[in-house]
Structure formats: C-alpha cells, structure tokens
Ligand binder design. Structure first.
Ligand code: NAD
Length: 260
C-alpha cells in the first residue's frame, strides 16, 4: 500500500516507545494517524505534534475499542492500516521461595491472565475489529484492502526467567499471524508481526545507564539497543511491500536471549 494522505492508520500503544515512533513516521509520510492508548497525557501531546487523533482506548475493553474505531473512522475514514504496539510485561517465576521466609509461592494466575488479556487478546480484538472495517474498503492494486502489523517479541521464542506470561502472550501473537492472514486472504488484507529484540524505549530507559550499556553490548551487531525509528522503518516496509504476508520477523541485531 502507498503511505500518503489518502489513507489513515490506527496505532495502538501509540503514546510511547515503538508505537510513538511508528505514529511519527507514518504521520511524516502524510498518513492520518489515530493513537489508541491508556495514557492520555502523552497520547494527546503526540497527537497534537503530528496532527493526529488521540483516542483513550484500553485494548482489553471491548466498548472502548469499539468507540475508538468509531471515533477514528469518523475523523479519518476507514483505516487502511492497523499497527498493534500496545503491550506490557511482568517478571514473576512460575514457582519460587519467598526470599525472607522461604515459603513456597507461585505465579499469581490473575497476573498471568492480565498479560494475556493485554498483549494477546487485546491484539486480536483490534485485528478482528479493524479487519471487519477494512472489508468495506475499495480494493487497490492486487486487490489489497488493508495491512496489519503486530508487535510480538524475541521472547516469543527465547523468553527469560520470569517471562512465562509475557512469552506465552507474544508466542500467541506469532502463532496467530499465519492463520489470520489465511482468514483474510480472499479479502486482500495482509497480516505480519515484528519480534523486536532490545529497543531504547521508556520501558528500558528506567534501567540504570550501566545496565543499558551492558544490554546494548550483548547484541552481536550493531552493539547497541535498537532505535524506535528502526522499528518504525520496518513497519513502513511491511505496510508498503505487498508480497510480505503471514510472516513474523525478528528485528534484533542477531541477539538470542540468555536464560537471565
Ligand atoms: P512502552 O511502554 O514505551 O509503550 C507501550 C504503550 O502501550 C504505552 O504507551 C502504554 O500506555 C500502552 N498500553 C499498555 N497497556 C495498554 C492497554 N491495555 N491498552 C492500550 N494501550 C496500552 O513500551 P515499548 O517498548 O514501546 O513496547 C511496545 C511493544 O513492543 C510492547 O508490546 C512490547 O511488549 C513490545 N516489545 C518491546 C521491546 C523493547 O525492547 N522495547 C522488545 C520486544 C517487544
């Protein structure tokens, strides 16, 4: 698809990090961008900066997602592209002993479920609702009606200690990419997933400098954290290259995560 002012896009998690870089890059190409996020402060500021729209949407809430798409479509028309970046993680061992008392404890199931709800089901909810809307778009070259890019993680295959929930949620995104592309193949909607390695986003910026430097040095090449705009550049490629479909691709400087 051609990225210009004739199309609009929805970016979930677009108020920060990888989603914000994506929103900025698409807007710079002229695309009308709607940001779905739970952080209105950062989301509204970015929407003002790029001339886009902010919608306060929690991707785990059906009614908020419906209202967000309605608002975005009223302002910009039916989106041709959806980029799912909303996500979060936690770090809890499956079973362990309490440090002070030695009492056995396990991963609380509500904390596990929350990550699956946000990262996996939230991503699927936005895909399903966006694709249903894209069915109404007039087909372009090759019959293309829309393109979707999801964000998984290298943790989908090399999850570290404490990442049982996060890795499961991201592996779920990788796993559903092909069947969703197949579901939508006769309607001209492509679906791809990016598996980022270690990127310099607010998530990692909370770590001390020394830890960030050593994380960067652990990347085979280039020996640094990824820049969010390098993620956005791959989103742009996946949206514009019509032959790219049903694939999950790592963007990680060849890193393979160690157990911890
Ligand atoms: P970030 O925290 O900077 O941005 C995530 C955004 O998602 C935030 O603006 C947050 O408010 C929003 N969000 C969280 N829960 C939400 C919900 N329920 N509904 C709507 N919005 C919600 O993090 P980031 O590093 O930019 O991460 C973006 C995505 O990339 C995440 O899915 C993350 O798992 C994935 N990822 C990041 C890295 C990395 O190194 N930064 C690596 C691998 C994967």
């Amino acid at each position: 698809m051609k990225l210009d002012s004739s199309i609009s896009a929805v970016v979930t998690g677009g108020a920060s990090g990888l989603g914000a870089a994506t929103a900025r890059r698409l807007a710079a190409l002229g695309v009308k961008v709607s940001i779905f996020d739970i952080n209105p402060g950062a989301g509204e500021a970015l929407a003002r900066e790029i001339g886009g729209l902010f919608c306060r949407v929690d991707v785990t809430r059906e009614t908020e997602v419906d209202a967000g798409f309605e608002l975005a479509r009223r302002a910009h028309g039916q989106e041709a592209a959806l980029i799912n970046c909303a996500g979060t993680g936690n770090a809890i061992k499956t079973a362990s002993r309490d440090r002070q008392t030695g009492t056995p404890q396990h991963f609380p199931l509500d904390a596990y479920e929350r990550i699956i709800q946000i990262n996996l089901i939230g991503t699927f909810r936005c895909i399903a609702k966006s694709a249903a809307g894209m069915l109404q778009r007039e087909a372009g070259p090759d019959g293309e009606r829309g393109a979707i890019v999801n964000t998984a993680s290298v943790a989908a295959s090399d999850g570290q200690v404490g990442q049982a929930a996060y890795s499961a949620s991201k592996a779920g995104i990788v796993g559903m990419t092909l069947p969703i592309a197949r579901d939508l193949m006769n309607d001209g909607i492509r679906v791809n997933t990016i598996q980022p390695g270690l990127f310099e986003t607010p998530l990692l910026m909370t770590l001390p400098d020394a830890v960030r430097t050593s994380l960067g040095a652990s990347v085979p090449f280039p020996k640094r954290l990824g820049h969010p705009d390098e993620f956005a550049a791959l989103v742009e490629s996946l949206l514009t290259n019509r032959y790219f479909n049903g694939e999950s691709v790592r963007l990680d400087g060849a890193i393979r995560m160690a157990p911890r």
